[in-house]
Design a protein around this ligand. Sequence first.
Ligand code: GTP
Ligand code: MG
Length: 443
Amino acid sequence: MSKSYTVALAGNPNVGKSTIFNNLTGMHQHTGNWPGKTVANATGEAIINNQKYTFVDIPGTYSIMSNSEEEEIARDYICFSNPDVTIIVVDSTCLERNLNLVFQITEITTKVILCVNLLDEAKKKKIKIDLEKLSDLLGIPVVGTTAKNKNTLENLKKMVQKVCTGEITPSPKKLIYEKAIEKAITKVKAVLSEDIKDSNIKENNKYTSEKFLRWISIKLIDGEEKILESIKKHTKINIQNEKIKLAVKQVREELKENGIKSNNFKDKIVSNILNKAEKICKNVCTFENKDYSNRDRKLDKILTSKKFGIPIMILFLALIFWITIVGANYPSEVLFNFFAYIQKGLINLANIIKMPEWLSNMLIKGIYQTLTWVISVMLPPMAIFFPLFTFLEDLGYLPRIAFNMDKFFKKACCTGKQMITMCMGVTKRHFLRIKHVSKYIHK
Ligand SMILES: Nc1nc2c(ncn2[C@@H]2O[C@H](COP(=O)(O)OP(=O)(O)OP(=O)(O)O)[C@@H](O)[C@H]2O)c(=O)[nH]1
Ligand SMILES: [Mg+2]
């Protein structure tokens, strides 16, 4: 078998990257209906047509101008690793928002495939997407999938193979900014190119391509500290030398003269991307049901409002915990009595076969009793809580909980997403269950 190709799976959170990864590699990355499940890169291998591929599932990110730790992991992988192809997975029900990341990634690399996922959801919402037209407008191969259904991934596999072997060469359409910005980018890029020629960086270094230098030039003018630090760390380019600093200072002055101050440079870049995304979506998406998102928006307004958001959340969670704690008592009792009945039988059996007391105590009271108490206590609440929590997940309520709690969690330097894990932790500990079992122990 020849060399292995590396294929990265990038995209917004909750668009199905891990589901695709699992279906292609047979691995078991955590998936769930809330953003931010994948927090570190995971790799898995697959053989497609006798060729080995290493797939990398990276955490979801809305932008490469990111700030949380997992988003930084995603950003660093997207920007500085050099996979043979990056599959950008997008949610077909909100293509416009997802295209933001697509444009950002195609500013860095040409080796991309767009995977329009969740087509079943789009169908339910009566959204039609012209994939061929989308491919023409973006200049990259586009594949439609429903990741839950493994069969729909065949076309994606074929496309991965074609791009990796060079049968298809994607040529993403370049994002053109307004004149003054383009002039500024060209100037900084020229200084960067010269600097690289003077230094000992090899000509074929992946970071010296025109595309990558253009991207670094935009970041230099923008001056975003974190991304500049990453550029310094991962490339050998000395972006802090005097020549570059001077060029950046000069172009910033020129931009100011054209009415583009440093604080609105980024806005101009982002709004250009958003406008382009909007135009493309108008061209390729057909909404048969124009009010498709109205119901969701109305619900969102209530579920995340300042007045009702938190009370509704407390009510929902209290109800789930109450059903779990009270409801689990009954199956717990049944299991406990059942295991106690068997224990009696085992003690009788031990007496009949004249098992030494120390051995029967160790086996029956030590191992059997401890194990069955743990099962009677832990199993019922888990069997009730997790399906209920999955129900909330399927309703799409978990991201709303994360949103409601984000403001409070931020005060402790955390994010609202951690609320979901905390809820699970509370149930797992379920102190009340311990109280409940002690009732039997004392019986
Ligand atoms: N209906 C439907 N659901 C899907 C599809 N693909 C994925 N899902 C579901 O969408 C949810 C999110 O999927 P994940 O694979 O965890 O998404 P992700 O992009 O890895 O999310 P992060 O790791 O948070 O970035 C899960 O509940 C999946 O079962 C699809 O094509 N159709
Ligand atoms: Mg994931």
